[in-house]
Design a protein around this ligand. Structure first.
Ligand code: ADP
Length: 559
């Protein structure tokens, strides 16, 4: 009796195994042998007149599902109850067998049993759908019919090895489908004594392999792109330890990849104004100036852009940087050229301007009408060149950051009156109208620069409108902001040019440079001056009807 109980307990303990199909098989076999044994016990017990205690012990050793509610059956004696419990177990066994069959038949994965000669003893219908083989054609055939010769030996070895192991075996292989295509599969096998072979579940992972291959390819492509970038790229983990460096980075810094992986970003890069990656809130900072330390101990000026990115394995810091040495060299050449223009070009031209004035004043005797005309034309050309040089010098000083304002309290009424008088002197026949709010308007400004803006806008109004048409200057106050507008009734500006008219060297007509003088730098300089005062500049215009150039300035708050 006790061996019978032991068998049943063994069967129950086995249910904790992880492979349900295998458990079905083995549980079933054990349950059936348990039933037979218990039956024999019952029969022999009756015959041998066993005690009630023996029967109760047996009942207690049976699964709970079989002995539930047995005490309700008061009409039965102990033997009757034992018989009922065993009936229940046998019904459960039949049900389990039915479910197991269904499970195997409906499984998506191929389930088969391979014998010790590596032949397929049984296989489910999934082999038709998954591999394209008719089930009956595979039963009895050797594994090698499904495998290429290179794989066959290895897989057979694994299968036979699985038969000698008490653990499950898991391995991958390729398998030839009926249409000749190669499938990637995972085998999971258990030795099954009741089946007399290795019970295998063969799971198709071809799709998964394809996805993995696509991911690997796209990773490789990304790596190739990063490697071929002219910009240096470093990627660091969230402790700033360098995980990746592209070719440009290792080339610039002089380190090998494995040396960089020992370092942090802070070991390599130092911001001109304090270091530290962008905070997690601020996910990127673009184009700041920084310094990079090379393995050789040199410090290189770089333009650095840092971005925090979330990747599948955590947050990373992406640093992209460019060697600024070539740019700095260019800047130096530009500065030298500007200095050359100032001293070597502008000074003699200014001297020639004075000589022209002296000639006009008759220092070399009275000039003929023709002589005066020639000098007048040459002077005009020379003035244009000197103006271009002045504009270029201003643009260069803006670019170099050396464009300084000398600010003081300035009355905007005064600036407007002065500028209008300056331009009226060059265009005496034009009508200038000043329309101004009477309230005083004081701005903290560089008077000379403000006047330069107004004179430029007024000169343009004169240049691009007909001689008889008036030019109006309005000065309005809105809270702590003053707005100055220069309104002409001239040719206007086409809509497509309005957005770019404040950009350097932009002119509406190519002929404007020769016909009207100027090279399209005046408005760009006006914009810089207005913006450096904390103001804004803009234009409204309609072709054929005229233009309104306006700019705003903050007023001092004490007014
Ligand atoms: P420029 O020195 O050539 O006048 P600006 O920068 O002052 O340079 O002006 C740029 C261009 O904008 C001019 O060449 C002209 O084509 C156009 N422009 C400027 N002001 C006016 C205006 N009031 N009416 C029409 N076009 C204008």
């Amino acid at each position: 009796m006790s061996s019978c109980a032991l068998l049943i307990v063994l069967a129950i303990v086995r249910t904790v195994d992880t492979d349900p199909v295998r458990v079905f098989f083995e549980l079933l076999a054990e349950i059936i042998s348990a039933i037979v044994l218990v039956w024999q016990c019952v029969v022999s017990s009756r015959a041998a007149n066993v005690t009630r205690a023996d029967v109760n012990r047996t009942l207690q050793s049976l699964p709970k599902s079989a002995t539930d509610d047995l005490e309700k059956h008061t009409e039965l004696d102990d033997f009757g109850r034992l018989e009922l419990a065993l009936n229940r177990i046998s019904l459960d066994a039949v049900e389990s067998r039915r479910k197991e069959k269904l499970l195997i038949e409906r499984a998506v994965d191929v389930i088969c049993v391979i014998d010790t000669d590596a032949r397929i003893i049984s296989i489910n219908d999934a082999c038709q759908k998954s591999w394209g083989y008719d089930r009956s054609s595979l039963i009895g055939s050797h594994l090698s019919t499904l495998l290429d010769s290179a794989e066959s030996e290895r897989v057979t070895k694994q299968i036979l090895g699985g038969m000698q192991s008490i653990d499950k075996v898991v391995f991958e292989s390729q398998l030839r489908a009926a249409d000749g295509s190669q499938l990637d599969v995972v085998w999971t096998g258990h030795w099954s004594a009741s089946e007399g072979g290795l019970f295998c579940i063969v799971h198709d992972i071809s799709q998964q392999k394809l996805v993995e291959k696509a991911i690997r390819l796209s990773e490789q492509r990304l790596r190739d792109i990063l490697e071929s970038l002219p910009a240096a790229v470093l990627v660091a983990d969230n402790a700033d330890r360098i995980e990746f460096a592209n070719r440009a980075a290792t080339g610039l810094l002089g380190y090998h990849n494995d040396e960089l992986s020992e370092l942090t970003i802070a070991d390599i890069l130092a911001q001109s104004s304090g270091m530290g990656g962008p905070s997690t809130k601020q996910s990127s900072d673009a184009g700041s100036e920084a310094l990079a330390s090379t393995k050789g101990g040199a410090t290189i000026a770089i333009a650095l852009s840092r971005t925090r990115i979330n990747m599948s394995d955590g947050e990373k810091l992406l640093c992209v940087f460019l060697d600024r040495r070539a740019e700095e060299e260019l800047e130096r050449t530009k500065r030298e050229l500007t200095a050359m223009i100032t001293h070597d070009l502008k000074s003699p031209l200014t001297a020639v301007q004075s000589i022209f004035s002296l000639l006009e004043d008759g220092i070399c005797g009275e000039l003929s009408q023709h002589g005066l005309q020639l000098i007048g034309t040459s002077r005009k050309q020379l003035n244009n060149i000197v103006r271009l040089l002045d504009d270029m010098l201003q643009v260069a000083s803006i670019d170099a950051g050396s464009f300084e304002l000398r600010c003081a309290e300035v009355s905007l009424h005064d600036v407007v009156l002065d500028a209008v008088e300056t331009v009226r002197a060059t265009a005496p026949d034009r009508t200038f109208v000043i329309d101004s709010d009477t309230a005083p308007m004081i701005a903290m400004a560089d008077k000379q620069r403000l006047s330069q803006v107004l004179v430029n806008l007024l000169t343009n109004a004169v240049k691009y409108s007909l001689p008889k048409s008036p030019i109006t200057v309005t000065l309005q106050r809105n809270g702590n902001t003053a707005t100055l507008s220069i309104i002409d009734l001239g040719r206007g500006i086409p809509p497509e040019k309005l957005d770019c008219i404040f950009e350097r060297f932009t002119q509406v007509e190519h002929s404007d440079a020769t016909d009207k003088g100027g090279y399209g730098l005046g408005l760009a300089i006006c914009k810089e001056i207005v913006q450096s005062h904390g103001g804004e500049i803009g234009v409204r215009s309609e072709v054929g009807k005229g233009s309104t150039f306006w700019f705003s300035l903050p007023l001092t708050v004490s007014q």
